[in-house]
Design a binder for this molecule. Structure first.
Ligand code: VGL
Ligand code: ZN
Length: 237
């Protein structure tokens, strides 16, 4: 073989390897439940401390930067029917934020009515054009679903199938609430085999003690906690 041909073959080989290397390291972002009812900025019914305009601005900015870096962006959306079992109003004698025991023995926190389907409170507070897909959860009146992957009855959302079909192996996760939906989504994502980075300053929690415990639980299960977004590192995941 002439030297020039050999060089050509080598170059093509290196280019092909480069393609494979890029395609093999697929990372996606999941923005968890950044919805009006969870924010103080929108006077939400279940407003989480510190979910003000400045927080939303940071989330929008970070999400835009990650998208510009080529990462597909997914969202979860809490999307309850009005008769949902997690609402204190639908459980006689219960009060919001109270922990009750259900008839089948499961524990369930009672919540104010929130994220009712097709209401302003359920709206995601980012331009929906940024998302490759929005995965709705908590749609079954009989089961809560903090996790974006499956509800408390074990029914899977579209999340795992969608990510698998897209060849996603690594997830960057942030949103609301640290101690409920962020934690549950991260734990189920790890169990499903994804490598997960959680960006702490882009998360807000319902309560400080449960949020602190949630960070420890996620880290123990294998999640990597980043205090803030490092765009350069995110591109290299
Ligand atoms: C959530 C409570 C009830 C959350 C959803 O997004 O963390 N918390 N439903
Ligand atoms: Zn909910």
């Amino acid at each position: 073989m002439r030297v020039i041909n050999l060089i050509l073959v080598l170059c093509l080989g290196i280019m092909a390897f480069g393609q494979v290397a890029v395609a093999g390291s697929k990372t996606a972002v999941i923005v968890v439940d950044v919805q009006a009812d969870f924010t103080t900025a929108h006077k939400g019914s279940l407003a989480v401390e510190g979910s003000d305009e400045a927080y939303l601005k940071d989330v929008v900015k970070a999400t835009g930067e990650l998208k510009a870096a080529g990462l597909p962006i997914y969202a979860t959306q809490d999307w309850h029917p009005a008769d949902h079992m997690s609402f204190a109003n639908n459980n006689k004698g219960s009060k919001p934020y109270q922990l009750i025991t259900l008839k089948d023995g499961r524990k369930q926190v009672m919540w104010p009515d929130h994220c009712v389907q097709n209401t302003d409170g359920a709206k995601i507070l980012l331009d929906e054009a940024v998302f490759t897909k929005i995965v709705q959860k908590g749609t079954d009146s009989n089961f809560d679903s903090y996790s974006g992957f499956k509800d408390d009855g074990g029914a899977e959302t579209a999340m795992n199938k969608t990510l698998k079909e897209a060849g996603i192996e690594t997830l960057v996760v942030y949103g609301i609430a640290t101690d409920y939906c962020v934690k549950a989504t991260v734990m189920d994502g790890l169990a499903a085999g994804y490598k997960i980075v959680v960006v702490q300053d882009l998360c807000r929690g319902v309560a400080p003690d449960t949020s602190k415990a949630a960070w420890a639980e996620m880290e123990k299960a294998g999640a990597v906690l980043w205090p803030s977004l490092d765009l350069k590192k995110a591109k290299e995941l």
